[in-house]
Design a protein around this ligand. Structure first.
Ligand code: NAP
Ligand code: F7E
Length: 348
């Protein structure tokens, strides 16, 4: 049975990748962080009692800032494939916590590479690695961006991911390890964190529709992004590790839209005039912005046979339908006299 280890298993992508790999017959091991509140919401539906004879999902406490723990888990699990999805993944937050972001996203990757090199060196069993790179590494380089576009990161997050990218290339060349970088453009879903702009918009618009919220505060509406669905993007991660040779691939839809256009689409789907509800709050402007991202994923299509299935209209449809259901639940509770606040309200 193939065995995979996923860092960031509790995140958006980690949850879809776990579903994909379990469906393909893998045994899946995920790293989780200790928190004072529960942080496994996105994978709770996949949980199996580890004592059950047919259990195939196992969770381990570890952290990318703790190299000793990473090594111990690798030794214990002996995975065939490692997916490094763990990260401080919020660009705006990376300006507030640059050291921490560099530690987790840059050095954390190095810790994992060193642990893989050690374990593979001792056991001789090949461990393949997928590194979660990002279009934020292109930053200020104009679109369309492909594997040959120069990196020009515009945030501590982007810079830390560039470090991780180059480390993966170096470990591949220096030690002959099977390590691939995915350079993924923005991908969203019904499970997207609620402080990323698409989900912030769909959550707010659906709450406005049901009278639970009055306005939505946003930052730069002119930024252009190439938005796909996370379910399509985790398929690409798996495909990269099934190739004979490791390599680096851009994964994107090839279409871009402004944040304003995304807002318009979402509010129109709910028959609302967005201009009545959206206000600009400079708090959401970034010290340096990435103005335009649009990926050229022809290499992935040609070599991996990968193409996205979900376009932006279907993405909006799914996210709005999901969040409208959440808003209805909140409305029902409120109408029954319960005092409810949406989860994570204080961090939005
Ligand atoms: P996400 O929802 O923010 O999930 C991030 C995951 O990383 C969570 O499981 C989180 O754990 C974990 N994590 C954070 N700090 C960690 C640490 N110190 N040690 C171990 N794990 C840690 O991100 P995502 O959207 O799924 O993205 C997955 C990966 O792809 C990330 O590396 C991201 O930077 C990259 N990426 C994302 C996109 C995108 O558009 N979604 C595009 C390109 C690249 P908790 O649940 O405990 O916080
Ligand atoms: O911002 C603008 C903001 O935070 C998109 C991460 O997954 O994708 C993501 O990074 C755009 C930016 O995503 C608000 O200024 C306007 O131009 O949803 P976002 P991101 O920064 O593109 C990449 C590929 C990753 O790798 C990252 O991990 O929207 N924007 N108003 C806003 N953004 C937010 N968050 N909140 C606003 O109110």
């Amino acid at each position: 049975m193939p065995r995979a280890l996923i860092t960031g298993v509790t995140g958006q992508d980690g949850s879809y990748l776990t579903e994909l790999l379990l469906g393909l017959g893998y045994e899946v091991h995920g790293l989780i962080r200790r928190a004072s509140t529960f942080n496994t919401d996105r994978i709770d539906h996949l949980y199996q009692d580890p004592h059950a004879p047919d259990a195939r999902l196992f969770l381990h406490f570890a952290d990318l800032t703790d190299g000793t723990g990473l090594r111990q888990v690798l030794e214990e699990v002996q995975p065939h494939e490692v997916y490094n999805l763990g990260a401080q993944s919020h660009v705006a937050v990376s300006f507030k916590q640059p050291e921490y972001t560099a530690d987790v996203d840059g050095l954390g990757t190095l810790r994992l590479l060193e642990a893989i090199r050690d374990v593979q060196g001792r056991t001789s069993d090949v461990i393949r690695l997928y590194q979660a790179g990002t279009s934020e590494m292109f930053g200020g380089s104009p679109p369309p961006q492909s594997e040959t576009t120069p990196f020009y990161p515009r945030s501590p997050y982007g810079a830390a991911k560039v470090m991780a990218h180059h480390l993966v290339v170096n470990y591949r060349e220096a030690y002959g390890l099977h390590m691939s970088n995915g350079i993924l453009f923005n991908h969203e879903s019904e499970r997207r964190g609620e402080t990323f702009v698409t989900r912030k918009i769909t959550r707010a618009a659906t709450r406005i529709k049901l009278g639970l919220q009055e306005v939505l505060y946003l930052g730069n509406l002119d930024a252009e992004r190439d938005w796909g669905h996370a379910e399509d993007y985790v398929r690409a991660m798996h495909l990269m590790l099934q190739q004979d040779e490791p390599d680096d691939y851009v994964i994107a839809t090839g279409e871009s839209h402004t944040v304003r256009a995304f807002v318009e689409r979402v509010f129109a789907a709910l028959e609302l005039d967005w201009e009545r509800y959206v206000r600009i709050d400079p708090r959401y402007h970034r010290p340096t912005e990435v103005d335009a991202l649009r990926g050229d994923a022809r290499k992935a299509t040609e070599r991996l046979g990968w193409t996205p299935v979900v376009g932006v209209d279907e993405l909006v449809r799914r996210m709005v339908a999901n969040d409208l259901e959440l808003a209805h639940q909140e409305r029902t509770l409120r109408d029954a006299g319960h005092v409810v606040a949406p989860r994570g309200l204080a961090s939005a």
